[in-house]
Design a protein. Structure first.
Length: 466
């Protein structure tokens, strides 16, 4: 029985690198190097008719000679040799093949026929095909790194989070992945679908929605022709209560032309795409940074059904900017009516403000207990669904401020985000390490915070962001 496509790509029981090079620095040598370096536990083979061994891995002249069954073949040969390689993989009963090479439908008429032949082979044989024009996949848990991406050239430790990221563009996907790493987030499953001759972003994410070790689904889409598949994905995510965050190109005529030149995709009806996402509570973002920001917002698993935001700030000006951004996104930033307002005021300087935003002023730099006392009241306030703390610079007293924020975060189950602008950046890193969603700008923090508040709100950044 054929295994599901997600199992073949992310949990392969065996991997063959077709056309593997003995040089780990070359594109055709990296997948073998990565599989070994990162500790893939299953059998690894190479197909190279000129060698019996490649990078200390057994090599065979033809894939039909490889001991089977073969779950995954990583095809690293040039474009002109791909079709023959795909035929041999199909003949060998390979479950899925990843094709790295470019030079197919994305180059125009000359590349359409070869890509169509690959599609026909996939349909006839039942072998699943990822690509062409892609950089492959990785599964952090299974250590199956079937990619040539330079994102893994160094040996540094990378965080792993219960997040799946599937991108039609390899660069968009790996740029987003690296941005997430800088926020302390990792990815458990990654795939780049390229020209999508067979496997698509929507199909893979729909499959991963069922994975028990995935909590958040991220995707970048260029082709929008199959809206039925997008709706199936959005429904699957909604039914399983897993946040779905999508970045789609081709909103404009010029963008659609760029998409066609990149992956030969048809951008499709953008308004219909946006409506599907809004109908099912999915989120649409308009940049790689925004996708990483949204992932960070959902990572702690704190969601609320209200839209009442309390802002605590040491800068009245920055607080006002955050307030405008929040209101424009449909959040409520209103003064409290309860006795808690007077209680907060008792711990503030006379020139501070107890209105919302609560302006603790720069006095808190010299007396951190001002911030601690204020947050204690704010986190327990019944008129507050979520909290945003707006700070800046303050490196000298950062250690005490960070500790106060950690204590406040641990004291509540409400979403509590921090915007810390300027300074050395070290306090942001410390807060991120502590698991507190922290952003370098209030507007980014508010945008991200809006995603975890009031789940029935329209989830389109494009529609509501300034």
């Amino acid at each position: 029985m054929t295994r599901p496509v997600a199992d073949l790509l992310f949990r392969p029981r065996s991997v063959v690198v077709y056309g593997a090079s003995s040089d780990p620095e070359k594109l055709s040598g990296r997948p073998l190097d990565y599989l070994k370096k990162f500790g893939y536990a299953g059998p690894i083979y190479a197909v190279n008719p000129r060698r019996r061994e490649v990078q200390d891995v057994p090599a065979y002249a033809d894939i039909t000679d490889v001991p089977g069954p073969i779950d995954l073949a990583v095809v690293v040969v040039p474009a002109e040799s791909v079709t023959a390689a795909v035929v041999r993989c199909a003949d060998a009963g390979v479950g899925a093949a990843i094709i790295f090479a470019s030079g197919f439908a994305e180059i125009g008429e000359d590349g359409v026929a070869p890509q169509d032949r690959i599609a026909a082979i996939a349909r006839r044989s039942g072998m699943r095909v990822l690509g062409p024009n892609c950089l492959g996949t990785f599964s952090a848990g299974d250590r199956a790194f079937a990619t040539f991406s330079t994102a893994f050239d160094d040996d540094k430790e990378r965080p792993e989070s219960p997040i799946a990221l599937v991108s039609q563009s390899g660069a968009v996907g790996t740029f987003t992945y690296s941005t997430m790493n800088a926020l302390g987030l990792g990815v458990r499953y990654f795939a780049n679908t390229g020209n999508e001759v067979d496997v698509t972003v929507a199909e893979l994410l729909t499959s991963l929605a069922d994975a028990p070790d995935v909590d958040i689904l991220l995707g970048h889409i260029e082709g929008g022709r199959d809206l039925g598949a997008v709706e199936k994905l959005a429904q699957a995510a909604e039914e399983r209560a897993k946040p779905l965050i999508l970045l789609k190109a081709g909103r404009t005529a010029a963008g659609s032309r760029a998409v066609a030149a990149h992956t030969a995709s048809i951008a499709g009806d953008d308004k219909a795409f946006a409506k599907i996402l809004a109908d099912h509570g999915a989120i649409r973002v308009n940049s790689m940074e925004a996708m990483a920001d949204a992932a960070l917002a959902f990572a702690p698993g704190r969601h609320v059904t209200g839209r009442r935001l309390t802002i605590v700030t040491l800068s009245g000006g920055a607080g006002a900017l955050a307030t405008d951004a929040a209101v424009e996104l449909g959040l409520s930033v209103d003064p409290w009516t309860s006795a808690d307002r007077a209680l907060v005021g008792n711990g503030l300087p006379y020139f501070a403000s107890t209105a919302n935003p609560i302006d603790v002023t720069g006095s808190m730099i010299n007396d951190i207990t001002i911030l601690s006392r204020t947050l204690q009241v704010v986190c327990g306030n019944d008129e507050t669904d979520a909290v945003l703390v707006v700070l800046g610079n303050a490196d000298k007293g950062a250690a005490e401020i960070v500790e106060a924020l950690r204590a406040a975060y641990a004291s509540t189950l409400k979403p509590l985000f921090v915007a810390w602008t300027g300074g050395s950046g070290q306090p942001r890193e410390q807060l991120l390490t502590a698991g507190i969603p922290t952003y370098p700008d209030p507007h980014r923090a508010v945008q991200a915070l809006s995603y975890v508040m009031e789940p029935n709100m329209p989830r389109s950044e494009i529609a509501c962001a300034s």
